[in-house]
Write a protein that binds this ligand. Structure first.
Ligand code: ARG
Length: 401
């Protein structure tokens, strides 16, 4: 029986050519698998037909947009995960859900190998292959760009020679990856890290120098997850989409960073994540009133480690699973409303309320009726500083000898 290979298919030039290229190099039949993670653009049926037109024996499309929002974006939100303090893991969290569907398709169509369109220099090859090793340990992996010398020039020549139903002339100088959680743009002119991004790079956000009137929004959360916007019930996917639209119109969520890739390279990336950044900001502010101080301090370090693990392709690892359990436990009381103003590229919280809040007005107030007994503070400070005071006494003693 002819060997079958499942290919992660985007509908773009490289993966379209990869169908025939893999076929010629290996003699295998190629099954194209496209996964909808809310990237927008062409319809999945158009993409499916193109895969068949490029020689795929089967083309399978999976609508994973709700699954992606519920099981991948929401854990990222609960963790307030920002890799290196900036990047909300847009591409990093999409790879594991794509892998799930690739492995499922490999089983369904009797494939022995999974293929993807990544280069040998990035993080995504690692995320795909570590995920596949974990979920389908018997499956082999192949990356035509990396392993079968499929360069851009060769891809264009191949598409023209074979008359593939794909545009080869439309020259986009950037490498773009997008889904409902955000959009990543790199390469070309952006590789000079002193070059400011030009306006044409952006798609999810409007240019904030010319802002429309401020937009005030109230986001309601239950257990760390958004459940309503301005009082209208929403699913996680709807919440992200609605905030992509409203925060995007105000230029919220633009990020320009040089980040540390897993393979040891520092690389420049431009991100746009209006919905994600508005949600993370709101969620963090709700945690500020509902999560106890020590739990909150520890959670910040857990969230950072979580972001590193996910960035580094360890989504399915035991440590990531253990950290998820901790984070989930902290979300028990993260229920309430956050009001924020979206304007001029910023999302600024200006009100919060929660039935499970730890904010105690009577303890906090400087007005009469205050229940905080200030006379306790003197003794507390004396004991709090004791250890450092004893140590400093020792320093003086030793220095004096
Ligand atoms: N640097 C990001 C990451 O590793 C995004 C990778 C994909 N970026 C792109 N523009 N194609 O998660």
């Amino acid at each position: 029986m002819t060997e079958r290979i499942v290919l992660a298919y985007s509908g773009g030039l490289d993966t379209s050519v990869a169908i025939g290229w893999i076929g010629e190099a290996t003699g295998a039949e190629v099954i194209a698998v496209a996964v909808d993670v809310g990237q927008g653009g062409e319809s999945l049926e158009t993409i499916r037909q193109r895969a068949l037109g490029c020689g795929a024996v089967e083309a399978y499309v999976a609508d994973a947009s709700d699954e992606f929002a519920n099981e991948y974006c929401m854990p990222t939100l609960k963790a307030n995960a920002l890799y290196q303090g900036h990047y909300p893991l847009v591409s990093a969290i999409s790879r594991p859900v794509i892998v799930k569907h690739l492995v499922k398709a490999a089983r369904e169509f009797g494939a022995t190998t999974v293929a993807h369109g990544c280069t040998g220099k990035g993080n995504d090859q690692v995320r795909f292959e570590v995920g596949i090793q974990t979920l389908g340990p018997d499956l082999k992996c192949i990356a035509p760009v990396r392993d079968l010398a499929l360069t851009r020039d060769k891809a264009i020549a191949f598409a023209e020679e074979k008359g593939l139903p794909i545009e080869t002339t439309k020259k986009n100088p950037y490498s773009i990856d997008q889904n409902v959680w955000g959009r990543a743009v790199e390469t070309g002119y952006l590789e000079d890290i002193w070059n400011a991004p030009t306006k044409d790079i952006y798609d999810y956000t409007a240019t904030p120098e010319f802002p429309p009137a401020p937009d005030e929004v109230t986001i309601s959360f239950e257990g760390g997850v958004p459940v309503a916007i301005d009082g209208v019930r929403v699913t996680p996917l709807q919440a992200i989409k609605e905030l992509n639209r409203r925060a995007g119109a105000q230029g919220v969520g633009r990020i320009d960073v040089v980040e540390d890739r897993l393979v040891g390279i520092k690389s420049r990336e431009i991100y746009e994540a209006p919905g994600a950044m508005a949600l993370i900001t709101a969620h963090k502010h709700l945690e500020d009133i509902t999560v106890e101080r020590e739990q909150a301090r520890f959670k910040a370090t857990v969230g950072q480690r979580w972001a590193e693990l996910v960035y580094d392709g360890q989504w399915f690892s035991p440590l990531k699973r253990s950290l998820d359990a901790f984070i989930e436990d902290t979300q028990q009381y993260v229920t309430g409303d956050i009001r924020m103003v979206l304007h001029g590229g910023q999302a600024i919280v200006n009100g919060r309320r929660s039935g499970t809040s730890l904010y105690d007005f009577d303890l906090a107030t400087y007005d009469t009726g205050d229940t905080f007994d200030q006379s306790m503070a003197r003794g507390f400070i004396e004991l709090w500083g004791m250890s450092a005071k004893v140590a400093s006494g020792r320093d003086i003693r030793v220095a004096g000898k």
